[in-house]
Design a protein around this ligand. Sequence first.
Ligand code: PMP
Length: 398
Amino acid sequence: LFAAVEMAPRDPILGLNEQFNADPNPAKVNLGVGVYFDDAGKLPVLRCVAEAEKQLLESPKAKGYLPIDGIAAYDKAVQGLVFGAESEAVTSGRVATVQALGGTGGLKVGADFLQRLRPAATVLISDPSWENHRALFTNAGFPVDTYPYYDAAARGIRFDALIAKLQAAAAGTVVVLHACCHNPTGCDLSPAQWQQIAATCAERGLVPFLDMAYQGFGKGIAEDGAAVQCFLATGQQFFVSTSFSKSFSLYGERVGALSVVCASKEECARVLSQLKIVIRTNYSNPPTFGAQVVATVLTTPALRAMWEKELAGMRERIKAMRSALVQQLQAAGVQGDLSYITTQMGMFSYSGLGKEQMQRLRSEFGVYGVDSGRICVAALNSRNIGPVAAALAKVMAG
Ligand code: PMP
């Protein structure tokens, strides 16, 4: 049965982790995986999460099955966060939201649903994109192509080429967009550019699928949701996947969601019924604990305020690390414009270093980043930033 089964390639990022763990260098620094660490280099347990967990454990609930679409209060809280509780789409009941297994689960439920609707559609992802976008939509049965995105020379966005690609795309093409904190480049679209993309998708009959894995890590919760508002304003149907892995530091609890904005309440009921079939036939229903924690935090005013403060703390710490990195690179003699490091948004910086330079960073200095040149600035801290900047400066100097 398994004689012809081929060995699959290692996941590039998780493979890097294994290599990191096996490295005996005591000064090694892991800037590969997309995880936020605090200044002590630890994965934080947010206070709001610890509080909510305490409350939940004080009155333990029986562990029955959840509804297929998850905890109703959770789904409602997600809608408030993503669209605004008072937005017309939410109040008129035309958004279908289901709890999902992280942001990846939201993308997959959406992809499987779309595959039933539009089996022959092409899925467009950004060039470059989070690696799993291509694999996930390919495995869901779609041909996957890219739209131009990153301009390496200008360290910006190839916006005209991006729009031209959307304008040339066939109606029904699915367009996967990073709502904020683009992974891997850190280059985000401006509000005017989002408006133009939303208008083009509406005009051309494309199917926008916003991936929101970092809401609150860029400029703020509402600011990072601005792209969603641009799509709402056009009145078109679209998808949004949500991840709370980073914003609640709940990676392993697998807390996320999928929301589908429909044309009417009646259409929304039909769409929701189909999303439930996708879920039922994949994993039946979602797990309870993580979503209970998030729902408790989002719906308890004191915990919600605590979360917003803690999220702002993570966001500000990343920004401080970006500024410190620029200062230290300059102090180490790196010439040229480094402002891209501070203008990039979210957890990552696209350093512009090539594969060989990234390999040299690992072998000579124990600094682990992805071969694409992506480094996770959210893993820098006041202790490792000096050695990392020194290593980067040496490798940048050639
Ligand atoms: N989309 C993007 C762009 C991501 O970077 C990530 C996480 N690395 C995800 C989705 C998936 O998030 P989760 O871990 O919640 O599945």
